[in-house]
Design a protein. Structure first.
Length: 139
């Protein structure tokens, strides 16, 4: 049995035991969506509350359930009235994380997706710089 797999019997008996192997992945997902470690922790905690109250006997894939629930909670947080009131007009940057290992991607696929996203933003920012300042400033 792999580290992320939990037997269905233990998932039915102990929701915390079946949730903990996924916590790091969920926290990383929430942080990448929300940009704040405090908001990410709130989203993961809300996911746990929903997991605790869910009928886990009918959940065939706990990881998919937890990832989907976390994503929906994050989207709700982003579209809430509070988020709209607290709009910041400057460039958006995520809050720095002291323990980067805590949010480390679990697989190469996630790492490649994150790096690809970063490269896309770097290209966009570079083209904006060239459009505003002209090519002479780059030389």
């Amino acid at each position: 049995m792999r580290a992320n797999e939990v037997s269905s019997t233990s998932a039915r008996l102990n929701p915390a035991e079946s949730f903990e192997p996924h916590r790091r992945r969920l926290l990383g997902l929430a942080y990448r969506m929300l940009g704040s470690i405090a908001d990410a922790e709130d989203a993961v905690q809300e996911t746990y509350v929903r997991w605790h109250g869910a009928d886990r006997d009918n959940v065939s894939e706990p990881r998919a359930f937890l990832m989907t629930t976390t994503t929906r909670i994050c989207l709700d947080m982003l579209t809430s009235a509070r988020a709209r009131r607290e709009e910041y007009v400057g460039p958006w940057l995520p809050w720095p994380v002291v323990d980067a290992e805590m949010l480390a991607p679990d697989s190469r696929t996630e790492l490649v997706a994150c790096l690809s996203h970063c490269v896309t933003w770097i290209r966009r920012l570079g083209s904006v710089y060239v459009q505003r300042n002209g090519l002479a400033d780059l030389a």
